[in-house]
Write a protein that binds this ligand. Structure first.
Ligand SMILES: *Cc1c(COP(=O)(O)O)cnc(C)c1O
Length: 389
């Protein structure tokens, strides 16, 4: 099966009893035993639920992995993974990780002795020096948020393997439709399924996928122990969302490319970050590693911070909101919204300026989105001209 077919046909068959083509929602906390000690594989929803199993099968299939475990959120998935570490274990992360990932390590798990270091490798040699210090994990996202930097998964994972370090890739931005880190040598891939996988801005969820049976058992054990399970309804919503992932991603990408090209040619824009643009510093790597460039675009505007803030409040179709990957387009100011949990000096160090604006291209009509951008940008430049006249 190819991707779009797997998204629809893997995971569950029509219900044998009723013929229902979609699986029912097993909205139950507990399951009846046939006899003491003899369950039918499910006992209690904090541990397992048929809706989890269905979603896990589909997600594993889409990432070309053997095993998946689903969670209450992306950060729930990460919490579960971090719980496999011991005090003084070290995690090496590459700059550009999600703000909440950074916060979870530096504000919560630091108390338990988990060491966390972020850095930007300028070369593979640079990375090797860090890997020689034997961190447990090499953790990164590609493309990153919000600068859409792309890292070479295959090169990084093979170097990590050489040093006995596990490679863990957050594939939320690319989605399994455009990129499969396990195929490129990563040990674990995880997602905030809240984003493109759910796709309709109506559910929070996470998943961890690997080819390692022991790791899968560890993930299931810890999910039950920590209580970071989703609800059956949320798992069902994600199963439903996945069925249209392929067509949605095509339109997200089409809109993102149009937005990136429009902004790149606009006189009020200094710089556009989109891996699909030839001007992007990692374009060649993105083309080689990914099957498409996904739906996120960031741009530096020539406007002052105050002007930029005004601009992002007046779009017709780009709602001012955190998150991404839903059917509706969103606009976000990383410095005051998604990345506010990263200290200002750290933001400056990683090149995240106050004038940066991030767009999540939805799946609306492309022309409507460009018209909206164009009208609002013209209004801003005209109002500035009036001030100077
Ligand atoms: C949103 C997000 C997360 C966290 O996921 P939640 O579902 O919000 O807990 C992690 N990584 C990336 C790249 C994200 O965008």
């Amino acid at each position: 099966m190819k991707f779009a077919t797997k998204a629809i046909h893997s995971g569950s068959d029509p219900d044998p009893e009723t013929g229902a083509i979609m699986p029912p929602i097993y909205m139950t906390s507990t399951f009846v035993y046939d006899a003491p000690g003899e369950s039918r594989g499910y006992e209690y929803t904090r541990a397992h639920n048929p809706n989890f199993t269905i979603l896990e099968k589909t997600l594993a299939a889409l990432e070309n992995g053997k095993y998946a475990t689903v969670f209450s959120s992306g950060l729930g998935a990460l919490t579960n993974m971090i719980s496999t570490l011991e005090p003084n274990d070290k995690v090496l992360a590459i700059d550009g990780v999600y703000g909440g990932t950074f916060r979870l390590f530096t504000k919560v798990f630091n108390k338990f002795g988990i060491q966390f270091e972020t850095f930007t490798p300028r070369s593979l040699d640079d990375l090797e020096v860090k890997l020689e210090q034997k961190p447990k994990w090499l953790l990164f996202e590609t493309p990153t948020n919000p600068l859409l930097e792309v890292f070479d998964i295959e090169a990084f994972a093979s170097l990590a393997k050489k040093h006995g370090v596990a490679t863990i890739v957050d594939n939320t931005f690319a989605t399994p439709y455009f990129q499969n880190p396990l195929d490129l040598g990563a040990d674990v891939v995880w997602h905030s399924t809240t984003k493109y996988i759910g796709g309709h801005s109506d559910v929070i969820g996470g998943v961890v996928i690997s080819n390692d049976k022991d790791f899968k058992e560890q993930m299931d054990f810890l999910r039950m122990s920590l209580g970071v399970n989703p609800s059956p309804f949320e798992a069902w919503l994600l199963t439903r969302g996945l069925k249209t992932l392929a067509v949605r991603m095509e339109q997200h990408q089409k809109n993102a490319m149009a937005i990136a090209k429009f902004l790149e040619s606009h006189p009020e824009v200094d710089k556009v970050y989109y891996p699909g643009l030839e001007s992007h510093k990692d374009h060649a790597l993105a083309k080689r590693q990914m099957r498409g460039f996904s739906g996120m675009v960031s741009a530096e505007f020539k406007f002052s911070l105050e002007e930029a803030k005004k601009l992002i409040q007046h779009f017709k179709f780009f709602a001012l909101a955190e998150s991404l990957g839903g059917v509706e387009s969103l606009v976000n100011h990383p410095a005051t919204m998604t990345h506010a949990s990263i200290p200002a000096e750290e933001r400056a160090r990683i090149g995240l300026s106050d004038g940066l604006i991030r767009f999540s291209a939805g799946i609306e009509d492309t022309e409507d989105l460009i018209t909206d951008l164009s009208e609002q940008l013209n209004k801003m430049s005209n109002s500035r001209k009036e001030v100077f006249q």
